[in-house]
Ligand binder design. Structure first.
Ligand code: IPM
Ligand code: MG
Length: 372
């Protein structure tokens, strides 16, 4: 298969982790005889520094002209601490999502058996967790009208949804549930918010077309508690934009590190793949950022194009690296010298030689004695 992939490394650790995903995709292309062409473009704070805009037109045009987008991370502390900044890096990501119509953000959350003790949650609570969050991504409070009074003392953000916006992601969530454990939980705040009551009505109607899937409802405050109290009760979680942002960070605790969580943002025409973590500016250029979320986002990219065997091979490589403790310091207190790029090298090596047990660590300059 021929794929043109736009690579938007962005800010902070974005470039380091994205480089590992690209490395892994190149190994896949080589092993499976695909042609992946990578085209790079700036976004976020680096784009503001270069062009004055967080999403330059040339970057957006490139994204529209490619088959898929691999996104790194966005954000820089110099903007976080300046509420009056007119241009912010995050605007680049939000504009990209909106312009490309990426209305569904899919965030799988899984407890890896080998990492059960890395989570602050008890192993018997998280063992076997397998959740897929469907977060609405182009509507709600993120995109509603924003107001600030002239005296600067009153502000508001409108949370608005239309039936059509709710319907399209609901269909995707139900279809996904059909190939999973056949359960969708709608997370909302229907006891308070009118927009949530619309979600309940529309989702209930759409659910009639999927009689084989059970539909459940949870208020977001209760859901926040249930996710860490009993995560195994969930299969597909469907929710609006901001609730999804919050509960997906919370759910990442189950896996042991936010550095493991990948996501796909899809619409009717475009698709973008990105780790859910942020730019982690404190770690920039230190080689300590976990590249697995980015690498697993590349696996989701391959799934999106029906390259399931290829995606599975990446996941196997990731599981192998976790099992052998070839991980960055967020997961690895014992061998904390294993860098971002070494993890990438290991998974690349696994793809090139999946059969050889991967005990040949000298290949990847890790040095056997440090591992065993
Ligand atoms: C995410 C991030 C973004 C969001 C930020 C960087 C705008 O937190 O993708 O979860 O809030 O959607
Ligand atoms: Mg977030």
């Amino acid at each position: 298969m021929k794929l043109k992939i736009a690579v938007l490394p962005g800010d902070g650790v974005g470039p380091e982790v994205t480089a590992q995903a690209v490395k892994v995709l190149k190994a896949i292309a080589q092993e499976f005889d695909h042609t992946f062409q990578f085209k790079y473009a700036p976004v976020g704070a680096v784009a503001i520094d270069e062009t004055g805009e967080p999403l330059p037109k040339t970057t957006l045009d490139l994204c529209k002209a490619t088959d898929a987008i691999l996104f790194g991370a966005i954000g820089d502390p110099k903007y976080d601490n300046d509420p009056s900044a007119k241009v912010r890096p995050e605007q680049g990501l939000l504009k990209l999502r909106k312009e490309l119509g990426l209305y569904a953000n899919i965030r799988p959350v899984k407890a890896y058996d080998t990492l059960l003790d890395k989570s602050p949650l008890k192993r018997h609570i998280i063992k076997g967790t397998d959740i897929c969050i469907y977060r609405e991504l182009t509507g709600g409070i993120y995109f509603g009208e924003k107001k600030l009074s002239d005296d600067g003392n009153t502000a508001s953000d409108l949370c608005e949804y239309t039936r059509a916006e709710i319907e399209r992601i609901t269909h995707l969530a139900f279809k996904s549930a059909q190939s999973r454990k056949r359960k969708v939980t709608l997370v909302d705040k229907a006891n308070v918010l009118e927009s949530s009551r619309l979600w309940r009505r529309v989702v209930t109607e759409v659910s009639q077309e999927y009689k084989d899937v059970k539909l459940d409802f949870l208020f977001v405050d209760n859901a926040a508690m249930q996710i860490i109290l009993n995560p195994k009760q969930f299969d597909v979680i469907l929710t609006e934009n901001m609730f999804g942002d919050i509960i997906s960070d919370e759910a990442s605790v189950i896996g042991g590190s936010i550095g493991l969580l990948a996501s796909a943002s899809v619409g009717d025409y475009f698709a973008m793949f990105e780790p859910i973590h942020g730019s982690y500016p404190q770690a920039k250029d230190l080689g300590i950022a976990n590249p697995i979320a980015s690498i697993l986002s590349a696996a989701m990219l391959l799934d999106h194009f029906g390259l399931f065997e290829e995606a599975e091979l990446i996941r196997e490589g990731v599981e192998r690296s976790l099992k052998l403790n070839i991980t960055t310091p967020d997961l690895n207190t014992k061998f904390n010298h294993i860098s971002t790029s070494k993890v990438g090298d290991f998974i690349e090596d696994f793809i090139n030689n999946p059969k050889d047990n991967n005990m040949n660590f000298t290949n990847i300059h890790l040095g056997q004695s440090t591992i065993i």
